[in-house]
Ligand binder design. Structure first.
Ligand SMILES: Cc1ncc(COP(=O)(O)O)c(C=O)c1O
Length: 424
């Protein structure tokens, strides 16, 4: 029987289970079964469910002020979250616009870039996922289903190869870096002059596209290329942000500073909130009234956001993500040493992808095993997800305050579940 006959069938769902409630790092289905939740609604409830500090902040704010306030002035949790968020960024990133979702913030960032530079062009990377609004769809190429039937999309968008070392360059990061830089330079000399490009948009680690980190050298060369041509560098940190990768922001691994950073997902541990962060100068040049939102920066979501930042600060969550991530990667490495269906394990901190292949030598992706495997894991009490164009990658998004014992438990379930799936 269809569990929700009146609910749209359009949304893709990884599992056909019905969820009752969450507590800490466990999600409970309506039959009362507990699952170790290493999916977190795709990196959203990054501090787990019903986190005491976040829940208390939400309750307190609900009693004080719920309504959106943007159009009529200021409210303390909104202004304070902007200040506290800005403090987590390097100079000159000190100005925050709050919106509701990642897609909406991507659209806003593209508008900012066009308005401020007076240029039409937007460059994005193949395999990237930036959301579902028409603007975000125009820069999304992680799966053709996200684009089919929606053309014509935003004009002025150019897509270049992402520096995917494992999949496209035999694991050679330098070759991947030079390949993508060459593609950008070729674009500028053949198709769209650099002087017409407003922004280059990149996920420092591709999420939906397969948990593919851009080589750090590539991010540094990309920063230099943008500087050379007066192009704004926009980092989409919707999935990578908030300690996920063992740094507060994934761009920090490369030692670069983007011009614009887009945030969402973990920002309020489950309440809808997103943000565009840039220098004050850029947002002033964008101009008063050039963009807006009725609900963006809702006081309740911002109160939750303040509790998220406080938790990350006082509980040493960034260090935890780095240390637990290393344990996860090494546990998975031990499984891969015994099972050659695993081709690659990658990603810093707690954003770890396990790519499955039909043959380690050819690296031909195995698009059938991961979805069977995540179902087997769920049967055994662990929620992980798949990603990648062919669903060839199992993606791990443990809570950022996960414990060593939970990592060990999850790795054991994963190993047993994989072992239970017969080879084709
Ligand atoms: C990197 C990235 N950017 C943008 C988005 C879109 O965010 P939202 O679903 O909140 O619109 C997502 C969502 O998965 C994402 O992973």
């Amino acid at each position: 029987m269809d569990p929700a006959p009146n609910l749209t069938p359009v949304l893709g769902r990884y599992f056909q289970r019905a969820w009752s409630h969450g507590k800490g790092h466990r999600l409970f289905d309506t039959d009362g079964r507990a699952y170790l939740d290493f999916a977190n609604g795709i990196a959203v409830t990054a501090l787990g469910h019903a986190h005491p500090r976040v829940t208390a902040a939400i309750h307190a704010q609900v009693d004080r002020l719920i309504g959106p306030i943007n159009a009529i002035g200021y409210a303390e949790p909104i202004s304070r979250l902007a200040t506290e968020l800005a403090a987590t960024f390097p100079d000159p990133l000190d100005s925050v616009m709050f919106l509701n979702s990642g897609s909406e913030a991507i659209d806003g960032a593209l508008k900012l870039a066009r308005r401020v530079t007076g240029r039409p062009g937007i460059v994005a990377f193949r395999g990237g996922f930036h959301g579902r609004t028409l603007g975000a769809t125009s820069v999304t190429t992680s799966n053709i289903n996200y684009r089919t039937g929606y053309e014509p999309l935003l004009p002025g968008v150019q897509i270049v190869p992402f520096p995917a070392a494992y999949d496209d360059h035999g694991g050679d990061e330098e070759a991947a870096t030079q390949g993508s830089i060459a593609a950008l330079r070729a674009l500028f000399t053949s198709t769209m002059p650099a002087s017409a490009v407003a922004a280059i948009l990149i996920e420092p680690i591709q999420g939906e596209g397969g948990f593919v980190p851009a080589p750090l050298a590539f991010l540094r060369e990309l920063r230099a290329l943008c500087d050379e041509h007066g192009i704004l560098l926009i980092a989409d940190e919707v999935q990578t942000g908030f300690a996920r990768t063992g740094r507060m922001w994934a761009f920090e691994h490369a030692g670069i500073v983007p011009d614009v950073v887009v945030l969402a997902k973990a920002i309020a541990n489950g309440l809808p909130l997103s943000a565009i962060v840039s220098s004050r100068d850029l947002q002033e040049r964008w101009g008063r009234g050039a963009h807006g939102s009725t609900y963006g920066g809702n006081p309740v979501a911002c109160a939750a956001g303040l509790a998220v930042l406080e938790t990350i600060r006082v509980e040493g969550v960034i260090e935890n993500a780095a240390a637990r991530g290393a344990e996860l990667t090494s546990g998975l490495g031990a499984i891969a040493a015994e099972d050659d269906r695993i081709g690659d394990i990658r990603g810093p901190g707690l954003m770890v992808g396990v790519e499955f292949v039909r043959d380690r030598a050819t690296r031909e992706p195995d698009g059938s095993l991961p979805d069977r495997l995540i179902e087997a894991c769920a049967e055994n009490g662990l929620l992980v997800l798949s990603c990648g164009r062919f669903h060839e990658v199992v993606r791990w998004l443990p809570p950022i305050d996960v414990t060593a014992a939970e990592i060990a438990e999850a790795v054991e379930i994963f190993g047993d579940s994989l072992g239970s799936i017969a080879r084709d």
